[in-house]
Design a protein around this ligand. Structure first.
Ligand SMILES: [Zn+2]
Length: 285
Protein backbone atom coordinates (compact mmCIF):
# COMPACT_ATOMS: atom_id res chain seq x y z
CA UNK A 1 0.00 0.00 0.00
CA UNK A 2 1.70 3.17 -1.20
CA UNK A 3 0.87 6.83 -1.60
CA UNK A 4 2.39 7.68 -5.00
CA UNK A 5 3.92 5.91 -7.97
CA UNK A 6 7.67 5.52 -7.19
CA UNK A 7 7.32 4.92 -3.43
CA UNK A 8 6.91 1.18 -4.01
CA UNK A 9 10.11 0.85 -6.04
CA UNK A 10 12.17 2.97 -3.62
CA UNK A 11 10.91 1.23 -0.48
CA UNK A 12 10.04 -2.30 -1.56
CA UNK A 13 11.33 -2.85 -5.10
CA UNK A 14 13.67 -5.69 -4.20
CA UNK A 15 11.13 -7.29 -1.86
CA UNK A 16 8.40 -7.19 -4.49
CA UNK A 17 10.69 -8.60 -7.19
CA UNK A 18 11.85 -11.39 -4.88
CA UNK A 19 8.40 -12.54 -3.89
CA UNK A 20 7.03 -12.22 -7.41
CA UNK A 21 9.95 -14.34 -8.68
CA UNK A 22 9.31 -16.93 -5.97
CA UNK A 23 5.68 -17.27 -7.03
CA UNK A 24 4.01 -15.35 -4.22
CA UNK A 25 1.09 -13.22 -5.25
CA UNK A 26 2.10 -9.57 -4.94
CA UNK A 27 -0.55 -6.85 -5.14
CA UNK A 28 0.37 -3.17 -5.18
CA UNK A 29 -2.26 -0.61 -4.27
CA UNK A 30 -1.27 3.00 -4.99
CA UNK A 31 -3.46 5.70 -3.49
CA UNK A 32 -2.86 8.57 -5.94
CA UNK A 33 -1.29 9.13 -9.33
CA UNK A 34 1.21 11.60 -7.89
CA UNK A 35 -0.17 14.57 -9.79
CA UNK A 36 1.60 17.13 -7.60
CA UNK A 37 5.09 15.72 -8.08
CA UNK A 38 8.06 17.69 -9.36
CA UNK A 39 9.22 16.84 -12.87
CA UNK A 40 12.94 16.13 -13.37
CA UNK A 41 13.41 15.90 -17.17
CA UNK A 42 13.21 19.42 -18.67
CA UNK A 43 11.54 17.96 -21.76
CA UNK A 44 8.59 16.83 -19.65
CA UNK A 45 8.23 20.00 -17.56
CA UNK A 46 5.05 20.84 -19.48
CA UNK A 47 3.25 17.99 -17.65
CA UNK A 48 3.52 19.77 -14.28
CA UNK A 49 0.40 20.66 -12.28
CA UNK A 50 0.93 24.40 -12.77
CA UNK A 51 1.15 23.93 -16.58
CA UNK A 52 -0.78 21.19 -18.40
CA UNK A 53 -1.51 19.14 -15.24
CA UNK A 54 -0.94 15.87 -17.07
CA UNK A 55 1.63 14.39 -14.73
CA UNK A 56 -0.85 11.90 -13.23
CA UNK A 57 -1.56 9.94 -16.42
CA UNK A 58 2.14 10.04 -17.31
CA UNK A 59 3.05 8.53 -13.94
CA UNK A 60 0.49 5.75 -14.45
CA UNK A 61 2.62 4.74 -17.43
CA UNK A 62 5.83 4.98 -15.40
CA UNK A 63 4.34 2.76 -12.70
CA UNK A 64 3.25 0.24 -15.29
CA UNK A 65 6.80 0.09 -16.66
CA UNK A 66 8.24 -0.24 -13.15
CA UNK A 67 5.94 -3.16 -12.35
CA UNK A 68 7.05 -4.94 -15.52
CA UNK A 69 10.64 -4.63 -14.25
CA UNK A 70 9.65 -6.12 -10.88
CA UNK A 71 7.49 -8.87 -12.37
CA UNK A 72 4.40 -7.63 -10.52
CA UNK A 73 1.27 -8.08 -12.60
CA UNK A 74 -1.40 -7.01 -10.09
CA UNK A 75 -1.18 -3.29 -9.44
CA UNK A 76 -4.14 -1.06 -8.85
CA UNK A 77 -5.05 2.46 -7.85
CA UNK A 78 -7.20 2.85 -4.77
CA UNK A 79 -10.74 3.36 -6.06
CA UNK A 80 -9.38 3.41 -9.65
CA UNK A 81 -6.84 5.73 -11.31
CA UNK A 82 -7.50 9.36 -10.43
CA UNK A 83 -10.12 8.64 -7.76
CA UNK A 84 -7.93 10.35 -5.16
CA UNK A 85 -5.71 13.30 -5.96
CA UNK A 86 -2.16 13.70 -4.73
CA UNK A 87 -1.71 16.24 -1.95
CA UNK A 88 1.34 18.41 -1.50
CA UNK A 89 3.55 18.68 1.55
CA UNK A 90 1.89 19.69 4.83
CA UNK A 91 0.16 23.09 4.71
CA UNK A 92 -0.13 23.69 0.95
CA UNK A 93 -3.47 24.68 -0.62
CA UNK A 94 -3.61 21.60 -2.89
CA UNK A 95 -4.45 19.54 0.20
CA UNK A 96 -7.90 21.14 0.33
CA UNK A 97 -8.68 20.57 -3.31
CA UNK A 98 -11.72 18.46 -4.15
CA UNK A 99 -10.82 14.77 -4.20
CA UNK A 100 -7.48 15.27 -2.44
CA UNK A 101 -6.48 12.06 -0.71
CA UNK A 102 -5.45 13.91 2.46
CA UNK A 103 -8.86 15.57 2.70
CA UNK A 104 -10.82 12.35 2.22
CA UNK A 105 -12.39 10.75 5.32
CA UNK A 106 -10.38 7.64 6.20
CA UNK A 107 -13.41 5.34 6.10
CA UNK A 108 -14.37 6.41 2.59
CA UNK A 109 -10.91 5.60 1.26
CA UNK A 110 -10.65 2.46 3.40
CA UNK A 111 -13.80 0.96 1.88
CA UNK A 112 -11.98 0.72 -1.46
CA UNK A 113 -9.11 -1.15 0.16
CA UNK A 114 -11.45 -3.49 2.05
CA UNK A 115 -12.77 -4.60 -1.31
CA UNK A 116 -9.24 -5.41 -2.50
CA UNK A 117 -8.29 -7.16 0.76
CA UNK A 118 -11.38 -9.36 0.70
CA UNK A 119 -10.70 -10.26 -2.92
CA UNK A 120 -6.95 -10.87 -2.73
CA UNK A 121 -6.94 -12.16 0.89
CA UNK A 122 -3.33 -11.29 1.69
CA UNK A 123 -1.40 -12.90 4.55
CA UNK A 124 0.86 -9.87 4.81
CA UNK A 125 0.29 -6.13 4.39
CA UNK A 126 3.12 -3.62 4.05
CA UNK A 127 2.58 0.10 4.54
CA UNK A 128 4.13 3.12 6.29
CA UNK A 129 4.50 3.90 9.97
CA UNK A 130 1.98 6.35 11.54
CA UNK A 131 4.12 9.34 10.49
CA UNK A 132 4.14 8.11 6.90
CA UNK A 133 7.90 7.65 7.15
CA UNK A 134 8.65 11.36 6.87
CA UNK A 135 5.45 13.31 7.45
CA UNK A 136 4.05 13.65 3.93
CA UNK A 137 0.25 13.96 4.24
CA UNK A 138 -0.48 11.31 1.60
CA UNK A 139 1.87 8.86 3.29
CA UNK A 140 0.27 9.48 6.70
CA UNK A 141 -3.14 8.98 5.11
CA UNK A 142 -2.01 5.80 3.36
CA UNK A 143 -0.99 4.40 6.74
CA UNK A 144 -4.32 5.33 8.32
CA UNK A 145 -6.33 3.91 5.45
CA UNK A 146 -4.34 0.67 5.34
CA UNK A 147 -4.71 -0.01 9.07
CA UNK A 148 -8.37 0.94 9.09
CA UNK A 149 -9.07 -1.25 6.06
CA UNK A 150 -7.30 -4.18 7.70
CA UNK A 151 -9.63 -3.85 10.70
CA UNK A 152 -12.76 -3.38 8.63
CA UNK A 153 -11.93 -6.24 6.24
CA UNK A 154 -11.81 -8.62 9.22
CA UNK A 155 -15.12 -7.41 10.65
CA UNK A 156 -17.99 -9.67 9.51
CA UNK A 157 -20.54 -6.95 10.24
CA UNK A 158 -18.83 -4.44 7.92
CA UNK A 159 -20.12 -4.20 4.35
CA UNK A 160 -20.91 -7.85 3.58
CA UNK A 161 -21.38 -6.81 -0.04
CA UNK A 162 -17.63 -6.15 -0.33
CA UNK A 163 -16.76 -9.82 0.14
CA UNK A 164 -16.22 -12.39 2.87
CA UNK A 165 -14.28 -11.15 5.93
CA UNK A 166 -10.54 -11.66 5.93
CA UNK A 167 -7.95 -11.17 8.68
CA UNK A 168 -4.44 -10.19 7.58
CA UNK A 169 -1.95 -12.20 9.65
CA UNK A 170 0.91 -9.68 9.66
CA UNK A 171 1.20 -5.94 9.07
CA UNK A 172 4.57 -4.30 8.51
CA UNK A 173 5.82 -0.74 8.37
CA UNK A 174 8.63 0.23 6.01
CA UNK A 175 11.77 1.02 7.97
CA UNK A 176 15.47 1.73 7.52
CA UNK A 177 17.80 0.98 10.45
CA UNK A 178 19.79 4.07 11.40
CA UNK A 179 23.10 2.23 11.08
CA UNK A 180 22.28 1.17 7.51
CA UNK A 181 21.31 4.73 6.58
CA UNK A 182 24.56 6.04 8.07
CA UNK A 183 26.58 3.43 6.20
CA UNK A 184 24.80 4.31 2.98
CA UNK A 185 25.55 7.99 3.32
CA UNK A 186 29.17 7.27 4.23
CA UNK A 187 29.49 5.21 1.04
CA UNK A 188 27.90 8.01 -0.96
CA UNK A 189 30.30 10.61 0.43
CA UNK A 190 33.26 8.32 -0.23
CA UNK A 191 32.26 7.60 -3.82
CA UNK A 192 34.58 9.63 -5.99
CA UNK A 193 33.06 11.38 -8.91
CA UNK A 194 29.59 10.57 -7.69
CA UNK A 195 27.43 11.98 -9.18
CA UNK A 196 24.96 14.37 -7.71
CA UNK A 197 25.56 18.04 -6.86
CA UNK A 198 24.78 17.42 -3.18
CA UNK A 199 23.94 14.80 -0.61
CA UNK A 200 20.54 14.47 1.05
CA UNK A 201 20.20 14.56 4.83
CA UNK A 202 19.64 11.34 6.70
CA UNK A 203 16.29 12.79 7.81
CA UNK A 204 15.22 12.84 4.15
CA UNK A 205 15.16 9.04 4.11
CA UNK A 206 11.68 7.83 5.12
CA UNK A 207 11.29 5.46 8.03
CA UNK A 208 14.76 5.71 9.63
CA UNK A 209 14.65 4.33 13.19
CA UNK A 210 16.96 2.91 15.81
CA UNK A 211 18.18 -0.51 14.76
CA UNK A 212 16.46 -2.40 17.56
CA UNK A 213 13.00 -1.44 16.24
CA UNK A 214 13.66 -3.21 12.95
CA UNK A 215 12.24 -6.73 13.14
CA UNK A 216 12.67 -7.96 9.60
CA UNK A 217 15.31 -7.73 6.90
CA UNK A 218 14.88 -8.86 3.32
CA UNK A 219 18.07 -9.47 1.40
CA UNK A 220 17.15 -8.16 -2.02
CA UNK A 221 20.69 -8.19 -3.37
CA UNK A 222 19.87 -10.72 -6.13
CA UNK A 223 17.13 -8.33 -7.29
CA UNK A 224 19.18 -5.13 -7.15
CA UNK A 225 19.11 -4.79 -10.93
CA UNK A 226 15.34 -5.20 -10.98
CA UNK A 227 14.87 -2.57 -8.29
CA UNK A 228 17.23 -0.18 -10.08
CA UNK A 229 15.38 -0.68 -13.36
CA UNK A 230 12.04 -0.07 -11.66
CA UNK A 231 13.31 3.14 -10.09
CA UNK A 232 14.65 4.27 -13.48
CA UNK A 233 11.18 3.69 -14.95
CA UNK A 234 9.97 6.55 -12.71
CA UNK A 235 11.99 8.96 -14.82
CA UNK A 236 9.99 12.08 -13.92
CA UNK A 237 10.76 11.48 -10.24
CA UNK A 238 14.07 9.66 -9.87
CA UNK A 239 17.60 9.80 -11.26
CA UNK A 240 19.79 6.72 -10.62
CA UNK A 241 23.58 6.89 -10.92
CA UNK A 242 26.35 4.55 -9.77
CA UNK A 243 24.17 2.72 -7.28
CA UNK A 244 22.76 5.88 -5.71
CA UNK A 245 19.71 7.93 -6.55
CA UNK A 246 18.27 11.41 -6.29
CA UNK A 247 14.80 12.90 -6.33
CA UNK A 248 14.04 16.25 -7.98
CA UNK A 249 16.21 18.11 -5.46
CA UNK A 250 19.23 16.38 -7.06
CA UNK A 251 20.62 15.40 -3.67
CA UNK A 252 22.12 11.92 -3.62
CA UNK A 253 20.73 9.14 -1.40
CA UNK A 254 21.66 5.50 -0.85
CA UNK A 255 19.79 2.98 -3.00
CA UNK A 256 19.21 0.12 -0.59
CA UNK A 257 19.14 -3.42 -1.91
CA UNK A 258 18.39 -4.80 1.51
CA UNK A 259 14.94 -3.68 2.68
CA UNK A 260 13.73 -3.49 6.25
CA UNK A 261 10.47 -3.67 8.13
CA UNK A 262 8.98 -3.30 11.57
CA UNK A 263 6.36 -5.91 12.43
CA UNK A 264 3.42 -3.88 13.71
CA UNK A 265 0.77 -6.58 13.98
CA UNK A 266 1.05 -10.35 14.19
CA UNK A 267 3.67 -12.68 15.64
CA UNK A 268 7.30 -12.71 14.62
CA UNK A 269 8.42 -15.88 12.88
CA UNK A 270 12.01 -15.48 14.10
CA UNK A 271 13.63 -16.73 17.31
CA UNK A 272 13.62 -14.14 20.10
CA UNK A 273 16.20 -11.43 19.53
CA UNK A 274 16.68 -12.22 15.84
CA UNK A 275 15.37 -10.48 12.76
CA UNK A 276 13.01 -12.27 10.44
CA UNK A 277 14.34 -12.81 6.91
CA UNK A 278 10.95 -13.57 5.34
CA UNK A 279 7.75 -11.52 5.57
CA UNK A 280 5.78 -14.76 5.61
CA UNK A 281 7.77 -16.34 8.46
CA UNK A 282 5.42 -18.11 10.84
CA UNK A 283 2.38 -17.66 8.62
CA UNK A 284 0.41 -20.85 8.09
CA UNK A 285 0.44 -22.02 4.48
ZN1 LIG B 1 5.24 9.42 -1.96
Amino acid sequence: MHAHPDDESINNGATMAKYAAEGARVTLVTCTRGEEGEVIPPGLAHLAPDREDRLGPHRVGELDAAMRELGVTDHRFLGGPGRFRDSGMMGVPQNHREGAFWGTPVDIAAAHLVEVVREVRPQVLVTYDPDGGYGHPDHIQAHRVAVRAADLAADPSYAPGLGAPHTIAKIYWNRVPRSAAEEGFAALRAATGTVFPGVAALEDVPGVVDDELVTTEIDGTPYADRKTAAMCAHATQITVRDGFFALSNNLGQPLFTREWYQLARGASGAPAGERETDLFAGVAA
